[in-house]
Design a protein around this ligand. Structure first.
Ligand code: MRU
Length: 355
């Protein structure tokens, strides 16, 4: 039994709680949490116990279904009002990854489209929808992996940032999907993981799941990426995304845009991998994306046995940054690989999706 045998996010058999693998405890402790109340689920998303754009969408889908089951309402309107309130509450847990609102809107659409049905019938449809959100994610990640594999060959060196792996989704991951899928086919890659300050998703999570899959994995500090690229060890950079704008600007974990600049300088292709649920065609550019700001303690204290910065120092701690589309070689989705100009290629991807 290794980490890849655990599900990052699930509904328990009795459908009374959201079950997550507590990612704040990895890799030292495999701790499974059963969350029943809305504040517990909100807290899990906010503190990154469950994290990664697709996984928080799936968690929110299950979370709002559990909320709906507990609603006491006499009429549809009363039910809808309370459902909407629960949806907005979970949606406010983190602002940047669009998958959170995408999944919650998908759930709310079920309630809106079925107003002629009775509440037990609506609950059953909500149950089916949240399970479908998770199952769709597995399928999307597998397809992303297939497209990603067409860009690399056995033995290649890949550099990745943060964790856009299985732990951030329901299976395979996005940026790491080609690696896991390649492993299933007996391929080997040399994967370099940025540790990803300040929350160390690369060090704690990506290396953990890659080693569990038998991948040749090397951990580097974020400031070593330039040297690794200069050494010629990297054939492609694969990163995930939290929200992509219609022009291809891609928001992902803080540090991604710096990596894109380095990859560009060293002429290494830089790919963003993510499902269409992470592409927000309602925003024109990355400038419209709200970037989550997090607590200073994540930079000054967390992970250290004693504080590592003087009391009172100002801290800038954005959780994400936006990589300008000019630096992105391709955006790999479940409907194919979008190439520049992205305003056209992403539109084509969405046309394929609507068929
Ligand atoms: O703050 P996190 O850990 O939720 O940030 C995660 C990322 O930035 C991932 O790269 C992104 O969500 C894609 S996960 C498939």
């Amino acid at each position: 039994m290794n980490i890849l045998n655990y599900e990052a996010v699930a509904l328990d058999d009795k459908e009374k709680s959201l079950v997550i693998l507590d990612q704040t405890k990895l890799p030292n402790e495999i701790n499974i949490l059963h969350l029943k109340t809305q504040p517990e689920i909100y807290h899990a998303i906010y503190t990154l116990q469950v994290r990664g754009a697709p996984a928080i969408g799936i968690a929110a889908g299950f979370g709002v279904y559990l909320a709906a089951k507990n609603i006491q309402a006499e009429t549809y309107d009363e039910f809808f009002g309370k459902f909407h309130e629960a949806k907005e509450y979970l949606n406010s847990a983190r602002p940047t990854a669009v998958n959170l609102s995408w999944a919650l809107n998908r759930m709310e659409k079920v309630v809106i489209d079925n107003r002629d049905k009775n509440i037990p019938e609506i609950l059953e449809l909500l149950r089916q929808e949240c399970i479908a959100i998770k199952n769709d994610d597995i399928e999307m990640c597998r397809k992303i992996g297939e497209y990603g594999l067409t860009l690399i060959k056995d033995g290649d060196g890949i550099l990745t940032h943060c964790n856009a792996g299985q732990l951030a989704t329901s299976k395979y991951g996005t940026a790491l999907a080609p690696i896991h899928l390649g492993r299933e086919r007996g391929m080997n890659f040399h994967v370099y993981c940025d540790e990803t300050r300040p929350l160390l998703q690369g060090a704690r999570l990506s290396t953990f799941e890659l080693l569990a899959d038998g991948v040749d994995t090397t951990l580097i500090c974020d400031n070593m990426a330039s040297q690794v690229l200069k050494n010629g060890w990297i054939n492609a950079v694969f990163v995930g995304c939290d929200r992509v704008a219609a022009n291809g600007d891609a928001c992902n974990k803080i540090g991604t845009s710096g990596l894109a600049i380095l990859a560009n300088y060293y002429h290494v292709p830089f790919y963003v991998l993510g499902p269409t649920s992470t592409i927000d065609m309602n925003i024109k550019t990355g400038g419209e994306i709200k970037i989550e700001q997090r607590k200073p303690e994540e930079v000054t204290e967390m992970w250290y046995s004693q504080r590592m910065a003087p009391e009172g120092v100002k801290v800038f701690n954005p959780a994400f940054d936006v990589t300008p589309h000019e630096l992105i070689t391709g955006i790999i989705t479940e409907f194919g690989i979008a190439r520049p100009p992205y305003d056209e290629s992403l539109r084509e991807i969405f046309t394929k999706r609507s068929k």
